[in-house]
Design a protein around this ligand. Structure first.
Ligand code: KG4
Ligand code: ZN
Length: 309
């Protein structure tokens, strides 16, 4: 990895308490050229040294995706090099492939981000089977909405993690969502329970205790279902990827659960968990190696499943 430049829009989203699509798209327009220049500068390579250009084209906010797709097409056209559109979740799935040892196949990947919570069986590169998913909110959304209810601000995941350090997770009890022998998730009940807790306790609410309870409940459910899915599928390893994989409590709990279950455990460094371009490059390098490319008709796509149902 020669460079991994990230243009954060956290300040912008903080102003609104979340992502406003039009504002995000405009910020992308402003950031794209400086970002490409910065990446080239820090990688110390010239534009003419680039042999292919990869871009996230699905799924996501159409305005933001089109900025990247348009810039990538312009580069590919001008430099006369291959273009490749990459699925955002495939980027996350491939993020651990930057580690010195590539996770052995078949492995189960717990993909947890602001928009997705999925358990994917990875049988080989590009061979995916969906083992479980959320039926409502994503895990990252549960962190973000919980943080907002607790007045901890945006983005919620890190805020909950920090507040929870000073809290007792046993003070309040929160629902785990779906019960029984399932590999799916439901986090919307958690949001309602948090709202009720905040209303009931009023000014006597101990915010760090509530944050710790929320973090413990979300990470507990994620670990339990991930291990179940891996055992049912006879996987040999587990990977933890996506923005929520940056959560230190989740990293620790899943590592311990995998050790108990005899599964090898892999998760990328924190800066490759939250959205970044390097993971898209890693996924693209595998696809380009088997001769895949996109043509100039490549379009941004708002909704797209990694594993077609
Ligand atoms: O993958 P990502 O950067 O963007 C999407 O594709 O959605 O994931 C963002 C999500 C947000 O919900 C954010 O709150 C969560 O990842 N997140 C965390 C942590 N860092 C980011 N959640 C829990 N603990 C963290 N440390
Ligand atoms: Zn993401």
């Amino acid at each position: 990895m020669l460079a991994n430049s990230v243009a954060s829009q956290i300040d912008l989203h903080q102003r609104w308490g979340g992502v406003v699509p039009e504002a995000a798209a405009r910020a992308h327009v402003e950031a794209i050229v400086p970002m490409i220049s910065e990446a080239l500068l820090s990688s110390r390579i010239a534009l003419n040294d680039i042999r292919a250009v990869a871009v996230t084209n699905r799924p996501g906010l159409i305005g933001a995706l089109s900025v990247g797709v348009t810039a990538a097409k312009a580069m590919a056209f001008r430099l006369n090099i291959p273009l490749l559109g990459v699925h955002h979740l495939e980027g996350h799935l491939c993020s651990p492939y930057c580690l010195p040892e590539v996770p052995p196949f078949p492995h189960v990947s717990l993909v947890v981000s602001g928009g997705h919570t999925e358990l994917v069986l990875v049988e080989g590169f590009g061979q995916y089977r969906l083992l479980g998913e959320t039926i409502d909110d994503a895990a990252g959304e549960a962190f973000d909405k919980g943080a907002r209810l607790l007045g901890l601000g945006y983005p919620g995941g890190v805020a909950i993690q920090e507040s929870a350090l000073r809290g007792n997770s046993k003070t309040y009890s929160l629902p785990k969502g779906l019960s029984g022998d399932t590999t799916n998730f439901s986090f919307s009940g958690l949001k309602t329970a948090m709202l009720r807790l905040v209303e009931k306790e009023g000014s006597s609410l101990v915010v760090p205790d509530a944050a710790a309870a929320l973090q413990e409940t979300i990470t507990g459910v994620l670990c339990e279902r991930a291990i179940r899915a891996a055992e049912d599928a006879n996987a040999v390893a587990m990977t933890l990827v996506g923005g929520v994989a940056a959560n230190l409590r989740l990293r620790k709990r899943l590592a311990q659960a995998c050790e108990r279950a005899g599964l090898a455990f892999f998760t990328p460094p924190i800066n490759l968990c939250t959205d970044n371009a390097a993971m898209i490059g890693i996924a693209a390098s595998w696809r380009l190696a088997i001769g895949e490319t996109s043509d100039m008709s490549l379009e941004p796509i708002a909704n797209s499943d990694l594993v077609p149902k």
